[in-house]
Each structure stands twice: as C-alpha cells, then as structure tokens.
Write a protein that binds this ligand. Structure first.
Ligand code: PEP
Ligand code: MG
Length: 847
C-alpha cells in the first residue's frame, strides 16, 4: 500500500530485520509481526550463530545477509535484542556498500513490541523514519496499562535504601576489604550483578568518581575503591531490587574474601607473599620422568610478539578471529583454574575468574571492535590497543596493590595477541637450566624450544599431564605436582631435580650437589649401554618378539624416534599439527606432514591417530563450545563424528600417504561399536572421493581403536570384528576407571594405571583381541615404564608404544622378561587389592 506522500505509484514497503541471539526467538517475533502487519512485508531474521553446537550468539555476516535479503530502496529498519546484537548490527552496517548504508536505520526500540509496531506501520506504507518512530513507541501501550512499576513494590530484601517511585533502587555501601575492590572482589561484584535482569551501575562516592557499568571488570576495578571507601550502587530493570539485595549481601560478606584479607588491619599493603623456600629445602612432587638434573631455575619468558600494523580489509573476518582467540584463551584459563583449584583450593583459583572476565569485558571489546570496524586495523592490533588503554587506567590507581593488577590484564591480553599472531607460548630463556612453570599447556609444550632444558619442574599437573609426557619424550628428568611453593623459587636458584624420587632440592649444599651429579652420571651410563642395543629387536628370554614403537607428536620427531631404536610409530598424536596452526590444516598440509613421518620411518609402520581434540585439548583454529566437564564431553572420535568434514579431510590425507607406505589409522576415545561403524563409513567415503578424483588410495588400510573408555574395554569382543588392532590408552583409561583427572596432582596417586581395576580391563581387552585374532598394544605412558613391562606382557599385550627416549630401556626390560613367568606375575597382579600391592609384586616401591 502506498502512502499519500508516495508519488511513484509503487507501494512503499520498507524492509525490517530482526536480530537476536536466538534463531527461534527471531523467527517467532517475525511470525508475530508478519501477522500483525499483514500485506507483503519484508521481514528478515538474523538469529543465533551459523555454527554447529553454538546456537546462541549474533553474527554480523548473518545480519548483513538479512539486510540484503529484505533490501528496499525505501529503507531497512533493524531491531535488535541486546549486547552483541547491537555490535553485530553496527558491524553489518559497516560491511554494507557505501550507497546502501545511508538507507539502513538501527533502532533502540524493544525487539518484540517494536517489531510489531514497525510491522503495522510498514504494512501501511509509512516511510522509514515514521516506522522507526512507531517502533520506538512500541512500549507505550503496555506502560500506560501497567503504570509505574515501582509503585506498590514489596520492600527491598536486605534493607536496600528505598527510593522514590520510578527512581532506581540504590544503596551506599562501605568497602571493608583491606585492599579495596581489587580484581578478585571486583570480579565477584561483576559476576553477581550479571546474574540479574537489571542494569547495575556503581560509583566511588569517596573519590567522587563517575558512575560506571557493573558489567565491566575494568570499569569497576579502576574506580580505585580502597579500604573504607563508600560506593553508590544503583540498579534498574526487572530484577533491580533482587540485584541490589544480592550486592548488599556480597558487600557484607567481604566480597568473597576471607576475613584476614577482607577485614581491615595493620599493616596496610599487599597480602604477604609466602617467603621463597629456604636453602636446602626439599620440595616433594610426583615423579614424571626419570633421571637427575642439576641446574639453575629458569622461568619461561614471553617470546617477543610482533603485531602486524597492516590495515585489514575484512573487518568481519578480523572480528571472528578475535572471537576465536578469546574463546581459546578462555579455555586455557579455565583449564589452569581447574588445576589450581584442585591443588590449592578455590580461593587461590579465584583470580582466574577475574582473568576470564577480562575476556568478555565490553570495556575492552567495544574499543577493539571500534578499531577493527572504523580504524580498519587487524584484530591483534585493535585488541592490543584496547588492552593497553585499559591497563593505563589501572596504572593510574593510587593503591599499589590495585595498580599491580594491570600486569594481570596485560598478561591475559598478551595471551590473546599470541593466539592471534600465532606465537602461542612463552619460551625457555636459552642457555642451560631447569624449567620452572605452573604447568605446561599443550600449546606451550608444542612451542617450547627444547635445547638447553635440563629438567622440568611444574607446580601442578600429574604424571600423564602434557608436561610430563614432553619430558619423557625428550628423555629429560621431570617432577610435577610440586605445589605453589615452587613458584616462589627465585630465577637462577640452583636446583637438584630427582625425576625418580619426585623431589626438587632448592639451593642444596655442595655434598648434595656432588651426590646428585654422581647419580646423574650413573643414570647416563645405564642409558648409554641400553642405547647401544636399541636398534636390535626386543625379544623376550623365551623368544617372543615384541615391537617397541614410538609415540610422537609431530613428524619432525620421527627421525629422533628411529635413532632411539623405534620399530615404528604406534601413536602419531596429530592434534599437535593442528595446535600449531592458526587455521585448520588443509588436506595437502596434513598429507605432507604424514608423508614426512612415513618417509622418515623408511618402511617401518606408522599409526596415525585421528584428531584427538575437544574442549579438554582446545585448538586455536577450532572454536568449540565450552563444556562443564570436557573430559566427558565431545572429544576424540566424538568430535570427529560431529564434524565429519574435518575427519574426512584427515582420512583423505592419511589414505594418500597409505598408498605408498605401511600406514594404519587409529580412532581415539571410542565408546561404542556404532561409532566405529560410522568412522569406517567416513573412511570409505574418503576413499571413494579420492578414487572419483583419480587419486591413488589403498583398497585396504589397517584400522584400529584406542581403548581408553572402560565401556570399550569391557565390550572389546564386540569391537574385534570391526578392527584390525586395539591400542590401550592407559592415561585416559586410568582416569576414567578410577575417576581421577589425569592433570590433577591431588588425585594423581589415585589414577595409577597399575591399579588392579585397570589391569583387569587391559586383560579383558587383550583376551578379546586374542580370541578375535587381533593385535593389541598399549600406548599410554605405562608402556614405557620398565617396571610395568613384564606385567603388561603377562597380561597378553603384544606391542608397546612410548616416548622415544624410553625405547632403549624398555627394550632391555623386554629382553629380561620370560613371558611364562610374566603370566604368573599378571595372575597375581589381577588378584591384588591395590596399585601399591601390584607395584610391590613388580619389584618397585608403591608410587
Ligand atoms: C592415552 O590416553 O593413554 C593416550 C595415549 O592418549 P593421550 O595421552 O594422547 O590422551
Ligand atoms: Mg588418550
């Protein structure tokens, strides 16, 4: 229908676009509005994200698409729900061609009522401005009907100050925390405010500061609220009263800080740090890699990051890259938080909550977005500038303790920049020494320059944590799970690290140093003798040949594995290839990596494990939905089956290499036979697609599964017809059987793979494999433990896969075994009552 003012004769119908975090909400509102507006309305929706597993969110590209779909020369009105919907709509506007931009209007109108009012006006052929005005007035009818909401409301809980009807509830609160509202209590304040459907602002009355939004940690913490300061909290919105009551309760609880930190008392200043361990102190942890090291403590140092200053011409791609980096860093921080909470308690871990809030703080995201869209800068530059500006506000605070938190912000900001520019980790400072670190993430592990590292000492983590696996693969001594005290050891302090006893001695006297050097020398001699025979097959005393193969992370580790005597590769952990990349490695990139590994093996077998990633092993190039319990979530083959395009690409790359080399493929974290069936279908699909494009692929490739889930071990006979081999991943099998997270030092002793419960699962798997005529290997860390090798052979294991550096001694252990005696040892171990009893049977001390 044309309005009076329309002289063209064509009906004037403006386009409407509804932007919401939820696709269902956007579509529902569109349906309602279409019904109300009638006629030929053009209503486009941009709801949710176009990403599997991440339904909620907003995306500028989808908004731009919706605008183009409903495009009208008369104009387009965009209505949004909240938060990032507004940002995405603004960004979409920037992404439109210049000539269209001027005809699009973003309105602050409420989504539902605004859309209905706008649809009615648009249906009447009103011009854009009039439709926008109608949309903005969408709430008028409801407001007139219900009247002022504050009138007659119940008294506020918690004694909130009553305010005149229609005004915001508010309260003046005195901050009693000794260090004021520094990062941790401020983080709790922000989280509490965010729980409610309310707008919360806060001002520092004592300092006469401006009001800031309680949604921003940077804004709240840089108010500079000190002990004794008064703050004014104001709330508005549907749950204004509840929000205020919760904040009052929080304030009277000292903003979550224990009394000695929360209460005032002399002396004022930062909380006392624990003194560094005294000279001669012996710090106890968990043995992670055998050997003795004597060297200077060396902390990892940040590698210099170069941020490209070149202008970026695709803002949407830059923003998406920033979002991916933020999600990956958040996953890293959550992982560290879990580890610290497990070891040192929730109080110690709370600082990581503040770090997580930085990553979602509008005070950083808004200027970063502005830099990307308007300044046309790359994501890394825009984010780094936003962080520097916010950190300067922290630097300007009077209180030295609060000021020091700028370092936290810079460090979190730096992690994001590293993700973006592909320099993911700190580096070893060079020279010789012992790495001292809280823990090593998989990304840090991958990026570590290994030369000069004499030993690794970690405050957190267990013997199957990545830091420990790295240490064993390098053949360097390591102790993990030492506790936070380790982090107080000064740089350059002389340490003696004993990887077998699991101890680190700080600044030891000369006789201890000498004794350690002697033991180190004996250990080296022992290893050298084993190395001399490493290239010979490992044959037991009664003539059974046991292939001893290597676990490697990347293809360039293979030559070292061959040099160490590996009879092949039993586990190529392909996720490391993905970890180092800022994009998903292409089929060609993967093919090259696998080919290099196969060629370096010169005819020895190569077992490629498909991508074993998930929220517990996050990849920078693969955004994943955070999970409450990632070890029980979408990891391993589950992820591959949920993203079949990734798995098929990988399988095509593997098949191409298998055309000319003895390559096997192995699926991780398998739980059911159906998963294997589906994986094999994808393998057939990959083979067929190669054949269709004339690329060579073998008609048959050996397929195996990792037995890491107790259900798979217990039903191994059902899997046998579908696989060529089994490989028992004892690192995960132990954690799932004994309910002891593998990276958590507190429960590391519980998660012992020599526990009889785990041994029974290994035994059951080996028996089912034998009956089905299939091979069975162990590729968890226990396979390389000389103490455990006779037992594993006695349980029926036919192949051992381990860190290359362990191969020479493992082969020696095989050579010293008689499988008939080993079977008797296994029988006793299966009947034992505890892991300690098994270790005694094996001739070792209880772990
Ligand atoms: C295992 O779980 O034992 C294993 C070898 O896999 P990863 O350590 O890579 O999880
Ligand atoms: Mg595993």
């Amino acid at each position: 229908m044309a309005s009076d003012g329309d002289s063209s004769g064509d009906p004037r119908v403006i386009g409407l676009v509804l932007v919401s975090h939820s696709a269902r909400l956007a579509e529902g509102v569109a349906e309602l509005a279409a019904q109300m507006g009638g006629g030929d309305l053009r209503i486009g929706v941009a709801g949710g994200l176009d990403q599997p597993g991440r339904p909620l969110g907003t995306d500028a590209t989808l908004v731009r698409r919706a605008i183009n779909e409903v495009w009208s020369e008369d104009g387009v009105l965009v209505l949004m729900d909240l938060g990032s919907a507004v940002l995405s709509a603004e960004m979409a506007l920037d992404l439109l061609p210049e000539e269209r931009r001027g005809q699009v209007l973003l309105t602050a109108a409420p989504l539902v009522e605004g859309a209905v009012a706008a649809a009615v006006a648009a249906g009447l052929g009103e011009p854009l401005e009039k439709v926008a005005e109608e949309a903005r007035g969408g709430l008028a009818a409801k407001a007139a009907h219900l009247g002022p909401e504050a009138a007659g409301a119940a008294p506020a809980a918690g004694g909130a100050e009553r305010v005149p009807a229609g005004a915001s509830p508010s309260a003046r609160l005195t901050v009693r925390n000794r260090f004021g509202l520094h990062a941790r209590p401020a983080a709790l304040f922000v989280r509490t405010a965010a729980r409610f459907d309310a707008d919360v602002t806060v001002a520092n009355v004592t300092a006469g500061s401006r009001r800031v939004s309680a949604r921003s940690l940077n804004a709240v913490a840089t108010l500079g609220v000190r002990h004794g300061d008064e703050i004014l909290v104001q709330t508005s919105g549907r749950q204004a009263e509840e929000a205020l009551a919760a904040i009052r309760r929080l304030a009277s609880d000292g903003f979550g800080e224990p009394a000695d930190v929360g209460e005032p008392g002399p002396p004022a200043g930062p909380p006392a740090c624990t003194p560094p361990p005294e000279a001669g102190a012996v710090l106890r942890g968990l043995p992670a890699s055998p050997g003795v090291a004597v060297g200077a403590a060396r902390r990892l140092q940040a590698a210099p990051v170069e941020i490209p200053d070149t202008p970026a011409d695709d803002p949407a791609a830059q923003w998406a890259a920033l979002e991916r980096a933020l999600a990956a860093v958040a996953a890293d921080i959550r992982r560290t938080r879990g580890s610290v909470a497990g070891h040192a308690g929730d109080g110690e871990a709370a600082i990581f909550d503040a770090h997580l809030l930085f990553l979602e703080d509008e005070a950083l995201l808004e200027p970063a977005r502005d830099g990307i869209v308007h300044g046309r800068t790359g994501a890394a530059r825009a984010w780094a500038d936003a962080v520097s500006a916010a950190a300067r506000a922290w630097d300007a605070l009077d209180d030295p303790y609060q000021r020091a938190r700028a370092a936290d912000l810079r460090s979190v900001g730096d992690q994001v920049v590293r993700r973006l520019v592909g320099t993911p980790s700190p580096i070893f400072p060079g020279g010789e020494g012992i790495v001292v670190a809280p823990d090593l993430t998989p990304a840090e592990t991958a990026a570590l320059d290994r030369s000069g590292i004499q030993g690794i000492a970690c405050a957190f983590g267990g013997p199957t944590a990545h830091s420990a696996i790295l240490a064993r693969s390098l053949g360097i001594p390591a102790v993990v799970g030492i506790g936070v005290g380790l982090l107080d050891v000064g740089d350059e302090t002389l340490l003696v690290l004993d990887g077998e006893a699991g101890t680190v001695t700080v600044d030891p006297p000369p006789d201890v140093v000498q004794a350690a050097r002697d033991r180190g020398a004996r250990w080296t001699k022992h290893k050298t003798e084993a190395q001399k025979r490493a290239h010979l097959p490992a044959v037991t005393l009664d003539g059974v040949t046991v292939p001893v193969v290597a676990n490697v992370a990347v293809s360039h580790d293979v030559p070292a594995a061959v040099a160490a005597g590996a009879d092949g590769v039993g586990l190529l952990r392909t996720e490391f290839l993905f970890l180092e990349a800022d994009h998903m490695p292409t089929e060609d990139e993967q093919e090259l990596a696998y080919r290099q590994a196969a060629e370096a093996l010169a005819g020895r077998p190569l077992t490629v494990r498909t991508l074993d990633a998930g929220a517990d092993k996050p990849l920078p190039c693969l955004p994943l939905t955070p999970e409450r319990n990632p070890f029980l979530g979408v990891r391993g083959l589950r992820l591959g089956l949920s993203r079949p395009e990734l798995l098929v690409t990988q399988l095509r790359a593997v098949l191409r290499v298998a055309a000319g080399h003895p390559v096997r493929v192995m699926f991780p974290m398998v739980t059911t036979v159906d998963e294997v069936r589906r994986a094999r279908e994808l393998l057939d699909e990959a083979r067929a697609s190669l054949a269709a494009s004339g690329v060579a692929a073998p008609a048959r490739i050996e397929v195996g599964i990792m037995v890491e889930v107790p259900a798979a071990a217990l039903t191994a006979e059902a899997f046998a017809p579908h696989v060529d081999f089994f490989s028992v991943g004892t690192n995960d099998l132990a954690q799932y059987t004994l309910a002891a997270e593998r990276g958590n030092a507190e429960v590391a002793a519980l998660g012992d793979p020599l526990h009889p419960a785990v041994l029974r699962l290994i035994h059951h798997t080996a028996r089912a494999a034998g009956q089905g005529g299939k091979r069975v290997a162990v590729c968890g860390e226990v396979a390389g433990d000389p103490l455990a090798i006779p037992l594993l052979l006695g349980l029926g294991i036919g192949e051992l896969s381990m860190a290359p550096a362990r191969i020479p001694l493992a082969k020696q252990a095989v050579r010293a075994t008689d499988t008939r005696l080993a079977r008797r040892l296994a029988e006793s171990a299966l009947a034992a009552g505890s892991a300690a009893a098994v270790r005694r049977l094996c001739g070792g001390s209880p772990a």
